[in-house]
Design a protein around this ligand. Structure first.
Ligand code: FMN
Length: 320
């Protein structure tokens, strides 16, 4: 097995998967700013098995993003077995199984985080994926989920169940299903998993400053972090974390530098997906200007852009 995970320098700073956000243009920028691993948005194993052309296009990536991990969701072991082969042919560096997503589209059929309530099925899915490919398999899980009747299933229970399988990496989103995106991450769960899991462990959730990254790495003894909303409008966040971990300080770009990144982002979006790339770009543009006094007016303009020229015109504004 060519396991890229074991060759990465630590701590590993990964771009976590985000449906509707981690499109190829954004991923390319995060990679250019030092993200060590890039996760795609999640893709349905069922669609991959039926060689759904749209799904394959949707998870397409640029070689500059490598190592790219494709995240998949579903609940049929036989589909995981086949889907991983499709992904291997597409040249991904690794494959991630989603056991953490609370989105209705995923959990309504018993996928994502609700799989954690059925540990034997989780075992079967991981086993099927591992048997279907030579690529390294990782899983993304949550701190815990309440059972439907009584009791709780934790990340520790799931890791204990699958730890004998050849899984390379586990990313724990350290929040419960019941507290899907807000509140303090439960770093104790990650630290407990560290005691029983000798593979690569990434902690995720609530990392919005380089200082946060250092604190969670120390508190959990994880091998790295997964960055999600912390990179919204800040693809340079990866570089800042690395700077801070090595030197104790980091630089923050000013408006002139941010404008250049926005234009670069727009050019990549246009090159990779044409006009549709600019539609995907709109929300990213609005995140770049967040926090600048007086930005609300240009944010309204940025979420309606159709051309690169329009973006350039809007960005003549000065916030410095
Ligand atoms: C818009 C959005 C989409 C997401 N999509 C996915 C996904 O496709 N797969 C997944 O495992 N997690 C997904 N997540 C969860 C993130 O990967 C991450 O675990 C979560 O946001 C916590 O990290 P944060 O506090 O740094 O944002 C998504 C989160 C957001 C905000």
């Amino acid at each position: 097995m060519n396991n890229f995970w074991t060759k990465l320098p630590k701590p590993i700073i990964a771009l976590a998967p985000m449906a509707g956000v981690t499109d190829t243009a954004f991923r390319q920028l995060c990679k250019a700013y030092g993200a060590d691993v890039i996760y795609t948005e999640f893709a349905s194993v069922d669609a991959l098995v039926y060689e759904n052309k749209k799904t394959k296009e949707f998870i397409g990536y640029d070689p500059a993003e490598q190592p790219v991990v494709c995240q998949i969701f579903g609940k049929k072991p036989e589909h995981f077995f086949k889907a991983v082969k499709v992904l291997e042919e597409m040249g991904f560096a690794g494959i991630d199984l989603n056991f953490g997503c609370p989105a209705y589209k995923v959990v309504r059929n018993g996928g994502g985080v609700t799989l954690m309530r059925d540990l034997p099925l989780c075992y079967e899915l991981v086993q099927a994926a591992c048997e279907g490919t030579k690529l390294p398999i990782s899983i993304k899980i949550r701190a815990s989920i309440k059972k439907q009747n009584a009791g709780v299933v934790t990340a520790l229970d799931l890791v204990d169940k699958i730890k004998a399988l050849p899984v390379s990496t586990i990313m724990i989103h350290a929040r419960s299903y019941e507290q899907p995106f807000d509140g303090e991450p439960n770093l104790n769960v990650v630290a407990e998993v560290r005691k029983i899991w000798s593979g690569i462990l990434l902690t995720n959730g609530g990392i919005y400053t380089p200082e946060n990254a250092k604190e969670v790495l120390e508190a959990t003894r994880a091998d790295g972090v997964g960055i999600a909303r912390g990179a919204w409008g800040k693809p340079w966040f990866f570089e800042q974390i690395k700077q801070y971990l090595t030197t104790g300080s980091y630089k923050t770009p000013d408006w002139t530098a941010i404008k250049q990144v926005m234009l670069k982002h727009a050019e990549i979006a246009l090159q990779s997906k044409g006009e549709y790339g600019l539609i995907e770009l709109r929300k990213h543009l609005s995140w770049y200007v967040k926090g600048f006094a007086g930005a609300s007016q240009i944010r309204t303009q940025l979420v309606h852009i159709k051309t690169l020229e329009e973006i350039k015109n809007i960005l003549t504004v000065n916030f410095n």
